[in-house]
Design a protein around this ligand. Structure first.
Ligand code: BTN
Length: 235
């Protein structure tokens, strides 16, 4: 495993997308700040005192979406003190607020070349913009302690390497870890399905990683690549 550090870069994901050919499997890139941090759905990721990193995967990439769950399982293990929950497919929630965003990207030519797992953790940020006040939190806000980002990254990488090696050997129980720390269980959600807004109740995650949702008249198995969750209704 090789760690590349920057003070400032446009985006750690973009760096790996551009340079993956000359880099080894499991290269990790981290930066203190990003000038063009990318979020999901074309959004930007604005950072303050966050831990930002991306992991390059070049082997065992037959099913890229597995890595959303694998990194989710790693993060809930490392941050277990905070009681984190995984919101399918990609966010990590603490105390009903988003603390971690994950952006999975890939490069595909004739075949899939690599998978890039981008992670942004709100670590020591204490103030969030008005519109995020009730939606976002940081590890520091949840613990009242300043956290050492370097040692946190070390722990995450160590755990990721273990979990990845179990995954390669088909020994990892990452999907069960996700199920046991799942934010959406039994929640009512709305989502876009075949361009239509639908509503349903979340029943769990199947063995392929699909979200099982019960609507009025049917059971749907939602694939993370095809579906956008638009809302969660609190009961
Ligand atoms: C989201 O919740 O929308 C995903 C956010 C992912 C942000 C991380 S920060 C490190 C890596 N580099 C990027 O440009 N994005 C990801």
């Amino acid at each position: 495993m090789k760690l590349i550090k920057f003070d400032v870069i446009d985006s750690t994901n973009t760096y790996l997308k551009t340079n993956y050919e000359s880099l080894d499997n499991l290269t990790v890139v981290t930066s203190e700040h990003q000038t063009n941090g990318k979020g999901r759905l074309g959004r930007t990721w604005v950072d303050e005192d966050d831990l930002l990193f991306s992991i390059l995967i070049k082997e065992n990439i037959e099913k890229p979406t597995d890595y959303s769950f694998l990194i989710g399982a790693v993060l809930v293990k490392v941050l277990s003190n905070y009681n984190p929950k995984i919101k399918w497919p990609n966010d990590i929630i603490i105390n009903d607020k988003k603390c971690i965003g994950i952006l999975l990207e890939g490069v595909t030519k004739e075949k899939q070349e690599c998978v890039i797992i981008g992670v942004g953790i709100n670590v020591n940020t204490t103030k969030f913009p008005e519109d995020l006040l009730f939606k976002a939190t940081s590890l520091r806000n949840e613990s009242n302690k300043r956290i050492d980002k370097e040692s946190l990254l070390e722990k995450i990488i160590e755990e990721f390497i273990n979990e990845y090696s179990d995954y390669k050997n088909k020994k990892s129980n990452y999907l069960n870890i996700v199920r046991n720390n799942f934010y959406l269980d039994n929640k009512d959600i709305s989502f876009l399905y075949n361009n239509k807004e639908e509503k349903g109740n979340v029943q769990g995650i199947d063995d392929e990683g699909n979200l099982i949702v019960k609507t009025n008249d049917k059971i749907l198995y939602l694939n993370s690549g095809e579906v956008t969750l638009s809302n969660i209704y609190k009961k």
